[in-house]
Ligand binder design. Structure first.
Ligand code: SF4
Length: 258
């Protein structure tokens, strides 16, 4: 077994899976980067599952800058899940404008009604119960569990998928492998880790122009030679296709792009 293959055993094996040294180093560097560079966003200053659910649905395929004002306005108008469930769906769509992908407010309104009817107005914390709500997919279920209930849940959106594929695989891999890796990487306190991974994909390891020259993962990354080395790297960056082009149709439930 090489040095890289030896495993680091976390103190609490029941809650944190074994990581290789490079995985452990990735987590440490990511959390250090996040402490210095992470974004301050309003949905990171609440543990209210309803607010987190609203933010996650708004962030599907939509830039953070566009979401910020609408998130505040929407919550002023519908401060609770009951208030949203009581509203007319046509009105909710109007309030949503101009965020786009208008199936999203309809889905969110439907989720609010289901939560009120089936869960007494409380967003459930269990994965199966969340996935049982029409319009919630694996990504949104993970995000609500991780960010509202502080559960050990992986959260793999487009940014996270891209970062993990580049750093650990050097090429695109099937979703199930990326999810399995994201779960393995989770530290004992995964909240910051999940937020950090999203910010890192949005700010450093971006789809079209990864900032390899200032990237703390450069020495670990299996894609550094492709993206980070001089003119060849620049050519590769120009040539690379975005992993997930912005769709013309409505996004699948639970896919966050930005
Ligand atoms: S070295 Fe480049 S490709 Fe690798 S994680 Fe950093 S920014 Fe992304």
């Amino acid at each position: 077994m090489t040095h890289e293959e030896k495993c680091i055993r976390p103190r609490n094996e029941r809650t944190a899976p074994v990581k290789t040294p490079s995985q452990a180093l990735f987590v440490r560097r990511l959390l250090r980067w996040y402490r210095r560079q992470g974004r301050s966003l309003p949905w990171r200053r609440t543990a209210d599952p309803y607010r987190i659910l609203v933010s996650e649905v708004m962030l599907q395929q939509t830039q953070v800058d566009r979401v910020l004002p609408k998130y505040r306005e929407f919550l002023r108008r519908y401060p609770s899940i009951e208030a949203l469930a009581r509203a007319r769906v046509g009105e909710v769509r109007e309030v949503w404008y101009p965020l786009g992908y208008n199936v999203r407010p309809v889905r969110l309104w439907g989720i609010a009604n289901e939560v009120v009817r089936r869960h007494e107005g409380r967003v459930p914390a269990e994965r199966a119960a969340l996935l049982g709500l029409k319009g919630i997919g694996p990504y949104t279920a993970g995000a609500v569990r991780a960010f509202a209930f502080r559960r050990r849940a992986a959260v793999v959106d487009t940014n996270v998928r891209r970062v993990l594929q580049r750093v650990f695989f050097g090429r695109a891999r099937p979703d199930r492998q990326v999810w399995a890796l994201a779960e393995r990487l989770l530290p004992r306190h995964p909240y910051d880790f999940n937020q950090a991974l999203m910010d890192f994909g949005a700010l450093v390891c971006t789809a079209r122009a990864p900032a390899c020259a200032r990237c703390p993962m450069a020495s670990l990354c299996r894609s550094y030679d492709r993206f980070g080395r001089g003119p060849a790297g620049v050519r590769a960056v120009r040539a690379v296709r975005p992993e997930r082009a912005r769709p013309a149709a409505a996004p699948a439930p639970g896919r966050r792009a930005v």
